[in-house]
Design a protein around this ligand. Structure first.
Ligand code: F6P
Length: 371
């Protein structure tokens, strides 16, 4: 019987842990199940242009700890609505049939897709076309409802926590207010976990609209206690009560075209106006540093568990599934059930409560307790 061939691709924004999944999946497929493995480059684009590379024990060795993706990624190329140039004019077409033909031509048995909501939506659509698909949940935002954890999130939180440690010492030396903008789109998980672990004084989340009055009140409350500096962590998707999110750019070809960003600068300006000579205010935008560098130990292990379980699903011929973490167990859930279901921070949830107990302000009400 011919050897099975497994294909992998990484789509959407990169997240630390992609390489750890590629490493574990490749090794398990080759050593345990005797499959061949190939990787399509630049996400779905490579599936359309048939741009792939063999994945072997040799070319995947030593990648477990590395951020990024050895297969590269793209967050623009939706093959069901793909931008093409025809006679010098840009048109959008469904080119998914080309991808299906390429998979057949290469003799691919199963396609393993590592991605977030946009990438997994296409994975579900390829599954509907009859392709054997397994999804693996990735995003630093940790906003997929069907899994407790996406890989990449823990690394991002560690980077935010480390940055806050550094910013504390410089903020304190100058009695400054430092406004630290973190990623997460319209989910506040990175801000909440990073802010709590890094001892932020104020945490602003998309899920809890804030007022400037409450932020200024918290700064004054700290001043009164002789804490003459304040660290504010603001999620890129946070907004003032009755206000709108701050949009940085629109990426037209992306399944989710709105890119948030800029709120730290906006808030810095507003606070300078309100605080006058009382305090200097500085913005810090952590940006893509949250996705770069080495993968945390937690994310390496989670990714290894996902990669190993994905290989098992292929062996058991359970297709159209996404690997997921539920409680402490790795399992699977139909791709049909995971799309479009976003996991947001519960304003009345445990972690928000813990932070409030510590005197952290979410900018939604005055804080009187000492922190
Ligand atoms: O979804 C991951 C993420 O890093 C978000 O937190 C952020 O809003 C967005 O991607 C940034 O996208 P880009 O890499 O296109 O700037």
């Amino acid at each position: 019987m011919a050897k099975k061939k497994i294909a992998v691709l990484t789509g959407g924004g990169d997240a630390p842990g992609l390489n750890a999944v590629i490493y574990t999946l490749t090794k398990t497929c080759i050593l345990k199940y005797n499959y061949d493995v190939i990787g399509y480059k630049f996400g779905y684009r490579g599936l359309y242009t048939n741009d792939f590379m063999p994945l072997t024990l040799e070319n995947t060795t030593g990648i477990m700890h590395k951020g990024g993706s050895i297969l590269y990624s793209s967050n623009k190329d939706n093959l069901f609505d793909y931008k093409l140039m025809e006679n010098g004019v840009a048109v959008r077409k469904d080119v998914s049939h080309v991808a299906v033909e390429n998979l057949k031509k290469e003799g691919v048995d199963t396609l393993v897709v590592l991605g977030g909501d946009g990438t997994l939506t296409s994975a579900r659509d390829f599954s509907r076309l009859g392709v054997n698909v397994i999804g693996v949940p990735k995003t630093i935002d940790n906003d997929l409802l069907a899994t407790e954890r996406t890989f990449g999130f823990d690394t991002a939180v560690n980077i935010v926590t480390e940055a806050l440690g550094r910013l504390h010492t410089t903020a304190e030396s100058h009695h400054r207010i430092i406004v630290v903008e973190v990623m997460g789109r319209n989910a506040g998980w990175i801000a909440l976990h990073g802010g709590l672990a890094g001892s932020a004084d104020i945490i602003l989340l998309p899920e809890i609209p804030y007022t400037l009055d409450n932020i200024v009140q918290k700064i004054h409350e700290r001043d009164n206690r002789g804490k003459l500096f304040t660290i504010i962590v603001v999620s890129e998707g946070a907004k003032e009560l009755g206000g709108e999110v701050t949009v940085n750019r629109v990426v037209a070809d992306s399944p989710d075209p709105i890119r948030l960003g800029g709120i730290a600068n906006k808030l810095t300006y507003q606070l300078e106006q309100r605080l006058g000579e009382e305090h200097e205010v500085r913005p810090v935008v952590l940006g893509h540093t949250q996705r770069g560098g080495e993968t945390s130990a937690f994310d390496r292990i989670l990714s290894a568990r996902y990669g190993s379980y994905a290989a098992r699903l292929i062996h058991e011929e359970k297709f159209g599934m996404m690997v997921r973490l539920k409680g402490s167990e790795i399992g699977h859930v139909p791709l049909e059930e995971v799309i479009g279901a976003q996991k947001l921070v519960d304003p009345n949830g445990e972690l928000v409560g813990v932070a409030r107990d510590l005197g952290v302000s979410f900018g939604d009400k005055p804080v009187n307790r000492a922190k």
